[in-house]
Ligand binder design. Structure first.
Ligand code: EPZ
Length: 436
């Protein structure tokens, strides 16, 4: 259990190279077992969710080596098509291994992590698409069994641009006979990264980043060397931290196109933003104004993952800000905790109305999930005194050395009781053997 201590009042100055993307790394790791190949994957963040994905790959028979942010994966021999429940529970998004297992082994046996967290998070879109491609699927409680003698291409229309469903279909379609077309596909940069990785191994995929992705079954190359793109939500988090605390920071290794909507609202709130090449500079006097209404939407709209974090940055902004959360039905779990700092936020259904207050005071808060925990750290930077965030390991799932990065920028942040992490349901986890 980690306890984050955040002392408010320091402005942030300096530069920071932003980590590789968690949400690009995870599908690429699942994809690494679609073909028997050796993959050298660079810029992989050192995170608990990545550890969990590596544990799954090792359990399935892959050989995985790691040197800091580089992974070497040899998926030449897959010895199992079942992911045990304890490995599935460590990471909510383990479901992205379903398509990879079906593609490689013709079967997949896994269970779904329960829990509500951000909402129900069903996988009906994943299952109906895989069924359309010829998979026979049965469910027993939380266990799912998929089998496909031979997957075949299909025309798939997604009623919602689900990121995970788009990824699962892309992975399964690599082994399907014929062409698969996904209409209404998710357009996130992580989908583009997955297409780049798979095509580097010989897959024939076009259209990622648009709402129509076309995949043809592929022959595979024996090896590839791939670099994970920057984490746009971590970049957004650091930008929000500077906006709230004041100061001037330079983020490097980023693609500003990937978080333009976040930068837009920070600029509207009074920050000066300059971006060129892989650099973004944010300056703020710490006295923000409301940027107006913010509605979360699938990419390229405002990202739901940045909603708690921008909310935290605006707690003392002059005026009223209205958030509308359209992606997850339970994504205001940070609100009750932020109100304990003195924030004025009222939630009504999918809307949260935030009225800026003059001052926040430090409190002891409990992180509800990954982005909610990060939001509390951002809020603590601008609260008077010390804010403690009791974190069940959520933040470490998505932020690499986040305390060190904030301290290097001048924040007063430290963590006590760094110990075992826990999964999203609070069960304590040991560091996986694959990476000890
Ligand atoms: C991915 O989750 C990200 N996770 C999430 O980031 C992100 O918030 C989300 O996309 C939306 O951008 C990873 O990439 C590992 P979805 P995913 O399928 O794939 C509904 C973080 O903090 N839905 O696009 O699970 C679902 O209930 C995490 O890094 C169905 O109804 O998201 C939700 O309301 C949190 N049926 C909406 O779609 C389905 O079959 C978006 O889900 C699938 C999804």
């Amino acid at each position: 259990m980690d306890i984050w201590h955040v002392r408010g009042g320091n402005r942030l100055f300096g530069s920071c190279r932003v980590q590789g993307s968690k949400n690009a790394s995870l599908p690429v790791l699942a994809a690494s077992m679609v073909f028997p190949a050796r993959s050298h994957i660079r810029n992989v963040p050192q995170l608990r969710d990545v550890d969990a994905a590596v544990s799954i790959l090792s359990h399935l028979g892959c050989r995985v080596g790691r040197e800091e942010n580089e992974l070497y994966i040899d998926s030449g021999f897959i010895t199992d098509a079942e992911i045990p429940r304890e490995l599935m529970a460590e990471m909510r998004s383990s479901v992205i291994f379903m398509g990879a297992l079906l593609a490689r082994c013709g079967e997949a046996r896994l269970s779904l992590p329960g829990g509500c967290q951000l909402g129900k998070r069903p996988i009906d879109l994943h299952l109906s698409a895989l069924h359309a491609m010829g998979a026979e699927i049965s469910e027993e409680g939380r266990d799912i069994f998929c089998r496909a003698k031979k997957l075949h291409g299909a025309e798939i229309d997604l009623r919602f641009p689900s990121v995970g469903a788009t990824e699962n279909i892309m992975l399964a379609a690599c082994a399907a006979e014929g062409r698969t077309t996904i209409r209404g596909a998710a357009r996130e940069p992580e989908i583009v990264a997955l297409q780049q990785y798979l095509t580097s191994l010989g897959a024939h995929i076009v259209g990622a980043g648009s709402d129509t992705v076309v995949i043809c079954g592929a022959s595979a190359r024996e090896s590839t060397d791939f670099t994970v793109p920057c984490d746009r939500i971590v970049a957004s988090t650091l930008a929000c931290a500077c906006a709230a605390a004041g100061g001037r920071i330079i983020l490097s290794g980023v693609n500003s196109d990937h978080f333009l909507t976040v930068l837009h609202f920070l600029n509207e709130a009074g920050c000066d933003i300059i971006h060129f090449n892989d650099i973004v500079e944010i300056s703020s006097d710490g006295r923000l104004r409301s940027p107006g209404s913010i509605v979360t939407a699938p990419y390229p709209g405002f990202p739901t993952d940045a909603q708690p974090i921008l909310m935290a940055a605006l707690l003392r902004a002059q005026g009223t800000t209205k958030f509308t959360e359209t992606i997850f039905e339970n994504r205001y779990r940070q609100v009750s905790e932020l109100r304990r700092l003195g924030a004025d936020i009222r939630v009504r259904g999918t809307e949260a109305v935030l009225r800026g207050v003059k001052e926040l005071h430090g409190e002891t808060l409990t992180a509800p999930d990954l982005r909610g925990g990060a939001a509390m750290v951002v809020a603590g930077l601008t609260a008077r005194g010390e804010t403690r965030v009791i974190d069940a390991g959520h933040i470490a799932r998505g932020y690499e050395s986040f305390d060190d990065r904030l301290c290097a920028l001048g924040a007063e942040v430290w963590i006590e009781h760094k110990g075992k992490g826990t999964d999203e349901d609070g069960n304590e986890q040991e560091k996986p053997a694959a990476l000890q």
